[in-house]
Design a protein around this ligand. Sequence first.
Ligand code: AHR
Length: 323
Amino acid sequence: MNITRRAVLATAVLGAFTGVFASPSALAAKPLTIGFSQVGAESEWRTANTLSIKDAAKKEGVNLKFADAQQRQENQVKAIRSFIAQRVDVIAFSPVVESGWETVLREAKDAKIPVILTDRAVNVTDQSLYVAFIGSDFVEEGRRAGRWLMERAAKTPDRTFNIVELQGTVGSAPAIDRKNGFAEVIAANPKLKITRSQTGDFTRAKGKEVMEAFLKAQGKSIDVLYAHNDDMAIGAIQAIEEAGLKPGVDILVISIDGVKGAFQAMIAGKMNVTVECSPLLGPQLMSIARDVVAGKPVPKRITTVEGVFPAEVAAKELPNRKY
Ligand code: AHR
């Protein structure tokens, strides 16, 4: 049989099979492989974020290589290097901290593997080290928390508010930005003073521990708790109750994320407001990754649209919450 006849026969056989099982393009297409390095499992938010990414990958038929960094930058660097060695199509990650990424991102760039940042940003001078960022505007989230307090304080103009702040992970984008955004807004009212500020590492246990220390040092003179995430706020609420005070009443509780636990705390009257930060980034990540691999232009920054939920709307909103 000559080469042409063999090719015709092969095409016919392939056609018979593909007619039954799949289209020729689907047979030829190799699934997209994404290596994803997650921060860890420090919060209710992070659990929802991981689920969103895994679910979206499954739905989209993406081969996801998932690595949990347990809140350590060195684990993320190792994971990224291993994704480079495995020649994945795209590397995505949510960086634990903002700085110290140049070397490993340059290695990815030299290997011609595009990098997409999700949730948290990096601080690099060369912006070409990543192709896109998908996530929230953390500075704006901090401002929103500050604006809520400004409005509340405007009702009692003579009153001073002593604020304690539970910061997120030291050096992380949300901790830096939420601190700055909040401070920027409350600076307009000299009656609002941050008296203590310490990291609770975005976890419930640390939030409780640090709040206990704040209460010991400052006792009843604390008027407001500003927590950089709901988990720390929920841990702190326990500490406030154990100190014989009423969270949400004796101490106003302001937080960020909008997880179901925060809505339940608001319904119980223990939290006053949560600023939304959406963890549901999986579907966008899959679609941007596909576009990047297909050589389509993608926006450098995709900012999630989010709201503010005060306690007054918590009961009505809880049934609509997806995380
Ligand atoms: O980067 C997003 C933050 O990280 C969320 O606010 C927090 O809950 C998480 O741990």
